[in-house]
Design a protein around this ligand. Structure first.
Ligand code: DC
Length: 253
């Protein structure tokens, strides 16, 4: 399993253009036997749980937030106007993005350079909203996500719009939530481990700003799909969330 994950790489700039959204969706569902989507707000625990769930199911794992972050960083490096969608599309076209899971961790490359740590920096986090709200850019990223899924037998994919937009016919959809203060505490623990001294208040207000921007954008807004299973993780450990999700997958998929 680990070997499979380690050798798995997605070169985003080399996807095959498919003609229509319907054809694309059909191709995905003909090829992937199991699609599990996990959406939810920042710091709801979805990345960790999605990765572990993928491992347990022997499935591939797609962290779509890392895609948005990588394009954001590439746009920052290129010095383009972040509010100009054509310029952002140019960055997407001209850069080669690589995603690979190595030793259980996602590695991200831009033009062959490892930017795994850089895409998590706070400036990238703050600028990601430009990419997240650019309609055509989102369309391209969703297409790449479907393309990736089409090549996999089983996939666990996480983000904001996976159950609503990218994979509306997924086998099982989860939406993870947690109270804002709990999410801020989790994010603080992560940041402290990296040496950051940001206060809990600062972190919580940053998360609330991102929630608002994610929930109110016109395209691919953060919301549970009508048929999503909503799991409140406030009082649950990662192991408990994982056990719950595994139980649902075994029962429903
Ligand atoms: O999950 P994350 O914090 O790594 O996401 C980074 C940014 O990308 C965040 O601003 C939300 C956005 N995003 C999105 O709009 N749609 C997705 N499917 C995944 C992430």
């Amino acid at each position: 399993m680990q070997d499979k994950l380690m050798t798995q790489a997605l070169l985003l700039s080399r996807w095959i253009e498919l003609n229509s959204r319907n054809l694309e969706v059909r191709v995905v569902f003909e090829m992937a036997n199991l699609i599990v989507t996990i959406d939810g707000p920042a710091a709801s625990g979805k990345s960790t749980v999605a990765r572990l769930l993928a491992e347990r199911l022997g499935a591939s794992f797609l962290d779509t937030g890392a895609m948005y972050r990588a394009v954001t960083l590439a746009a920052m490096q290129a010095g383009v106007d972040m509010s100009d969608e054509e310029e952002l599309l140019g960055v997407l076209r001209d850069s080669e993005f690589g995603f690979a899971v190595k030793e259980g961790k996602l590695m991200v490359l831009i033009n062959g350079i490892d930017v795994t740590a850089q895409i998590r920096e706070s400036e990238v986090t703050a600028n990601a909203r430009y990419i997240a709200s650019a309609e055509k850019l989102r369309e391209r990223l969703v297409r790449m996500q479907r393309q990736f899924a089409a090549g996999e037998e089983k996939i666990v994919t996480e983000g904001r719009d996976q159950g609503t937009v990218a994979f509306p016919d997924a086998d099982i959809k989860f939406y993870l939530t947690a109270e804002a203060i709990e999410r801020a505490k989790r994010r603080q623990a992560e940041l402290r481990a990296k040496g950051s001294t940001e206060s809990l208040e600062q972190i919580q207000s940053g998360l609330q700003e991102r929630d608002k921007s994610d929930q109110t954008r016109a395209v691919g807004p953060l919301k549970p799909a009508d048929d999503a299973i909503v799991v409140d993780t406030t009082d649950l450990s990662i192991e408990q969330v994982l056990a719950k999700l595994l139980g649902y997958v075994k029962k429903n998929a």
